[in-house]
Design a binder for this molecule. Structure first.
Ligand SMILES: Nc1nc2c(ncn2[C@@H]2O[C@H](COP(=O)(O)OP(=O)(O)O)[C@@H](O)[C@H]2O)c(=O)[nH]1
Ligand SMILES: [Mg+2]
Length: 339
């Protein structure tokens, strides 16, 4: 999963990037950064204790810290927009720490900017389509997009059919991507919930939001695991923003994890909710998808209760599932395949 950090210069994107990835990135500059963070998962920790594998692999989120954006710059910066089209979700970083910014206005402006960027794409494409034959379907769908964008609404507000979705997939529309608002608050507000007027506005915009303090979180990220909780407790913060953010992103993007386990490796794989077994197998290797025979599935909870595959089998908890089985969060799966 790829998540882009978007926001004004000085909103704290690079600071948050550092907190999320544990990488030391110089703040105050205008560079972009790429980094990967592990998705913490107590189930993987537990499976790892049981199997003692040579390797333990957590699910990952890839972050891109984009350079600064102002309204003018985003519209004029085609290369930046192209990069943004490539992410699965966007975290909109809002300066809420300096007391001089208006984070809700910044949020609305950023959303409006993305709508504008999409509008340009739709208009250009429609001009081209007028000269082509046999693209009526696409023209119809784009006309709906245009109407929505002209009303200054994001494309997230439209329910497309799967067919329409695939017609639109190539455009990478910004206003169709999942977004989460990150309010970069001052240290004193780090452990507090979002104020009511923020909640109301987020509800109206239908966007989830989180408050965090980039400054605090950067310090947290640099601490040893053992010192971390004490430091957070002192500030009245339950858990690092990194963990809260990752959980929110998973939920937002409708993502779940399934596991593969053995003596060589215990590994978490990220899929969308509703993914059938054969397609999930393709995450591991295209050969397994192609030559899929069946999936042997044990739910994580059952595995922990009974302690081994053999015991699960005796108890009837090891299931043989076909290609259309919808994989559930926490399924431990052995795929049988033949190529
Ligand atoms: N006081 C305070 N300063 C911050 C916070 N987050 C970022 N800054 C400062 O704001 C400046 C810009 O931050 P940076 O992360 O580079 O912003 P970016 O332009 O969005 O990447 C730096 O000097 C940071 O130290 C914060 O939460 N509190
Ligand atoms: Mg930066």
């Amino acid at each position: 999963m790829k998540v882009g950090l978007i926001g004004r210069q000085g909103s704290g994107k690079t600071a948050i990037f550092g907190a999320l990835t544990g990488l030391r990135a110089e703040t105050g500059g205008n560079e972009s950064h790429l980094g990967v963070t592990k998705v913490p998962d107590a189930r993987i920790d537990r499976l790892s204790e049981i199997f003692k594998p040579k390797k333990t692999t957590y699910a990952e989120i890839r972050f891109t810290d984009f350079p600064a954006q102002s309204n003018e710059k985003l519209k004029a910066n085609a290369a930046l927009i192209a990069q943004m089209r490539d992410v699965d979700a966007m975290a909109l970083v809002l300066n809420d720490f300096d007391g001089a910014s208006d984070p809700l206005k910044d949020l609305r402006d950023l959303l409006a900017e993305m709508i504008l960027a999409d509008l340009v794409v739709v208009e250009n494409r429609q001009t081209k389509l007028k000269k082509e034959k046999g693209k009526e379907r696409e023209g119809e769908v784009l006309a709906r997009c245009l109407k929505t964008l002209e009303a200054e609404e994001s494309l997230r507000s439209i329910d497309f059919t799967p067919d329409e979705e695939s017609l639109l997939a190539g455009f990478g529309f910004l206003s169709r991507k999942s977004v989460i608002a990150l309010f970069n608050v001052a240290e004193e507000r780090a452990g507090k919930d979002l104020p009511d007027n923020y909640r109301k506005e987020l509800e109206r915009l239908q966007i989830p939001g989180l408050a965090l303090s980039a400054k605090v979180e950067m310090e947290v990220a640099q601490l040893d695991e053992k010192d971390r909780q004490g430091f957070l407790n002192e500030l009245g913060i339950d858990e690092p923003a990194r963990d809260r953010f990752i959980r929110a992103s998973y939920k937002l993007l409708n993502l779940i994890s399934f596991f593969t386990s053995g003596e060589d490796e215990v590994k978490a794989w990220t899929i969308e909710q509703g993914t059938p077994a054969r397609k999930a197998a393709g995450k591991i290797h295209s050969d397994i998808e192609r030559g899929f025979i069946r999936a042997e599935v044990v739910a994580y909870e059952d595995f922990i209760r009974y302690g081994s595959d053999a015991k699960c089998r005796e108890a009837g908890k090891l299931r043989l599932e076909g290609k259309d089985y919808v994989v559930a969060d926490g399924d431990i799966i052995h795929f049988r395949f033949n190529v």
